[in-house]
Design a protein around this ligand. Structure first.
Ligand SMILES: O=C(O)C(=O)CO
Length: 326
């Protein structure tokens, strides 16, 4: 039976915020994947013959999916900033517009990054463990001493919107200097506003008191934070990762933290995700690990769904997406 609606759109996740769904349903017949975690067979079956897709999770979006959809597919948007789970060359090859949702999550992720930086630098996790194990020994004057943010050098590996939003927040903490390593220099005005200087990777590692990974995962960034890198960092340095887990060699990080080669780490992303409850990283006092909740606020997720829906709608009618991924 025809619904009279011009397009068929698949929503690949049962929990996509209503704001996105309401936008789509005005002009589109909607089909939604109901399984959670996603049942690949359901996804592959429901995607057949659709015109557009709002890709709600981090499930692999690859040739298998595109083949299952069929040649009429003309618009896809993820509901994420990072698109490392998308086979972009495959999508490009088929000339299907692909959108994603950067920018809108910058502030939520930046807030969390500042939280991690403080939590790791000031030993929140270890402190909690001290209480739980009846080791609250604050009669020592040098007990649980952490790292000051005041007058520190904060180095960013990746300095796009999220990195810049973190630096902006940290300017209220009286930091001394921002360093950043990226392929391209950011605008001079941004450098001036954030007191930021582009440096090479080795300088970033050697000079930073806090190193924040805020870059996407690519073939170039995968595994760059390894033993060689950790050996170049200060022993007082704190590493924060809100990018992707695979940018860090996690075995090497474990060794660096265990042997106090670096002071601490705060991670919102790990390799793999979810991290096993038995993972050796969790046995350490000097690492704060969160379950990838950078964009997890009600408002941010609603805005991500809204932008993803607009991307899909624009792709369907051949207009440029609000935030194209390529
Ligand atoms: O949207 C993304 O890519 C995120 O990882 C948000 O934390």
């Amino acid at each position: 039976m025809s619904t009279g609606k011009a397009y068929k759109v698949l929503i690949t996740h049962p929990e996509v915020p209503q704001e996105g769904i309401d936008l789509l349903k005005e002009n589109c017949e909607l089909i939604q994947v109901q399984s959670l975690p996603t049942n690949r067979a359901e996804l592959l079956q429901k995607i057949r013959g659709v015109d557009g897709v709002l890709w709600g999770g981090h499930e692999a979006l690859n040739a298998e999916v595109l083949d299952a959809a069929g040649p009429q597919l003309k618009s896809i948007s993820t509901m994420s900033a990072g698109i490392d789970y998308v086979d972009v060359p495959e999508v490009k090859k088929r000339k299907i517009p692909l959108g994603h949702t950067p920018t809108v999550l910058n502030t939520a992720v930046a807030d969390l990054a500042v939280g991690l930086l403080i939590a790791a630098g000031r030993r929140f996790h270890e402190g909690r463990r001290k209480i739980e194990t009846d080791n609250w020994e604050n009669y020592h004057l040098n007990w649980m001493l952490g790292q000051d943010i005041r007058d520190s050098i904060v180095g960013f590996y990746g300095f796009g919107g999220i990195g810049q939003a973190i630096a902006k927040r940290l300017s209220g903490f009286d930091i001394d200097q921002v360093l950043y390593t990226t392929r391209r220099r950011v605008h001079k005005e941004i450098e001036q506003e954030l007191n930021a200087k582009k440096v090479d990777f080795d300088t970033l590692l050697a000079q930073s008191d806090f190193v924040v990974i805020a870059s996407p995962l690519t073939a170039d960034t995968q595994g760059v934070f390894n033993t060689t890198a950790f050996n170049k960092m200060k022993e007082t340095a704190v590493l924060v990762n809100i990018g992707r887990g695979k940018i860090v060699n996690q075995d090497d990080l474990y060794e660096a933290l265990k042997s106090n080669k670096i002071f601490a780490a705060g991670l919102d992303v790990t390799d793999p995700e979810p991290l096993s409850a038995k993972d050796k990283l969790l046995s350490l006092d000097n690492v704060v690990v969160l379950p990838h909740i950078g964009s997890a606020t009600k408002r941010t997720r609603a805005e991500m769904a809204t932008i993803a829906a607009h991307n899909v709608l624009r792709g369907l009618v051949g207009e440029p997406m609000l935030s194209p991924a390529y």
